[in-house]
Design a protein around this ligand. Sequence first.
Ligand code: SF4
Length: 421
Amino acid sequence: MFSPPMKLVDIQGETGIIDTGEDRYPIHLHFLDSAHVGDYLFVHLRFAIQKVDRNIPPTRSLPSETELRATIERMLGGKDFTVLLTSGAQVESLHSESTKYKLPPNLLFVYGPGCPVCITPMGYYRNVFQLAQNKNVILVTFSDVMNMPTPEGTLHSLRMLGSDIRVVHSPYDVLRIVDWNPDKEVILAPVGFDSMAAAVGITLQEAERRGINNLSIFSSLQRKSEFLREYFLRTERKIDGVLSSPQDIAVEGLDLYKFINDEFKSACVCCGATTREVLAGILETIRQKQTKDLKIDFTRQCQCLKKGNPRIRKVISEMFSLEGTQWILHEYVKQSKYILRDEFKRFDATEKFVVDRDDMIAMPGCHGREIQLGMQLPNECPMFATKCKPDSPVGPGMLSYEGLCNTWYHSSYRFTLPRDI
Ligand code: SF4
């Protein structure tokens, strides 16, 4: 989950200490040119990915939620306007605070690819399960993947049976596990979009520098912009505006989503995930569309992301190339999967182990694909809130905290069928 900018309160070499207001924890500063105590940072996977410009006013300078809602209603003037949401955190923000109930009914939402776990085919998770069964392997992954219900069971249940499976907050944590376990092969199984690819890439560069030879990855790393383009090409819905999120823009910057303006004539605004930031982002998409002044824009806190982060781009391009592949969401998406370059293949788990599952669906009966494509809402799936709940998920959309089914389950929308689709 992507957080609002947090304050840097201490620096020790390449490590900084972040104050969240409730807690303090260490983060990696490798992706920043410079950092100073007192800076506010966007952090993802325990890596600082960008600094917030000190001259930019904080979120509290935005109008109140009530004012933003009233302006949206006034500007729409009763006409329909459809916004594509691409971040699980933004969806959660709109739903958990019941804000959506208070918005005008002609403001419609569709829910696009916001959850990397949800678009990864079941074959990947079955292969991870198979790798974790190897007695000489320590499998390292993230909490979302632990409870993925494969036909063989979950990684969590496999761990109860004795397999060595560890959960980390950041790919970089795997280096500590490798250091302490030189006699075992450590396999990192990350699932994520571009910023996850960067975090995995810099971890492998550090492993290369240290001469580590018992680390490999089995990954599902995805280039998000390609999914979004595919979404526009395939959906039958008319999308007026798109909300993108800081972690999507932080890598490539402004130009990444320019095709949304140029090819599909929709507005696109990058904004944070607080309710007011989301409403301000929606308001800006309406303004752009109505004035025909289409340009990728940013709410003020996201201005610093305009140019992306060259250091992150460099790591990704040094470590990975792109190939087309199949996902749950679409049969084939070109240039959508990050794979290790030939010179780093020694870190590829498939060079050392046999993996042979290729199931393309999530689970039988799961309507995840229809939901991801905006053809259905979660509560239209027959298993929603009956067989499929957060503590007993059937598909990835309910399992992942960024999944739409999970968000829907926890919101006041749980059993209603809004007009969105
Ligand atoms: S409710 Fe469960 S089974 Fe239905 S689409 Fe969502 S994740 Fe899949």
